[in-house]
Design a protein around this ligand. Sequence first.
Ligand code: LIP
Length: 270
Amino acid sequence: MSDPWQECMDHCVEVTNKAGQMIREALQKDIAVMQKSSPVDLVTETDQKVEQLIISSIKEKYPAHSFIGEESVAAGAPSVLTDNPTWIIDPIDGTTNFVHRYCLSRGFIEFGIVYSCIEDKMYTARKGKGAFCNGDPIKVSGQEDISQSMVLTEMNFHKDPGHFKTMMANIENILTIPVHGIRSPGSAAVNMCLVACGAADAYYHMGIHCWDMAGGAAVVTEAGGVIMDTSGGPFDLMSRRLIVASSRAIAQRVAKEITEFPVGRDDTDG
Ligand code: LIP
């Protein structure tokens, strides 16, 4: 029986492999860096070319589908989810890592693909069918005790000093629970996959975008993880914030320890 979503996913895996090749080749050359909204919001020609490659290849096969792509939105395209099948694309999640060659390493979400192309780890997940890394099944650690856990978050520049203080205080609150440690690998998508395969037990972040979250959210959910809003309420893909964890107990404890600061929404505050 034909399975349209599986065909979409297979096509996406093929394009993702080509994108990975493009990124690996670009790492061998000079990288010209451009700024977007601030000196720490970076983009390169490779981000733009990879997004064009992915969108043009998918559009050719699925002309009626919609797209939300990080670099297209930066260039003025809308970032609004409708009922039309929508591909949410982050060409390089961790552009700062890419620029520094610090490289470890895509909606409801029918399937998600995250390719950590330097490690050659392709994480895939299909709604209701499990999560995989290079074809092998993965699952979260199942850890329920936060004091035995490894937590991931990212430290970003915030113009508002109050937001900055809150971000640092949140880190202090988590570290002094205590937990085994906090790590910042530099890619939201990879962070979710690290929780999905049990290498970390929680990840929280405020201020990221739907293209940073969509692929990894599918992977971690299918790996048995819990995903929620930083308020402790249900996860909202356009909310720019999330907690993922190996268990509900850990996700709820992280939500209790962190204070939120306003980050706006992808669909209304662009
Ligand atoms: C990046 C995220 C990273 C986060 C940055 C940024 P980009 O994505 O994955 O974890 O700290 O704020 O959003 O912009 O490189 O695709």
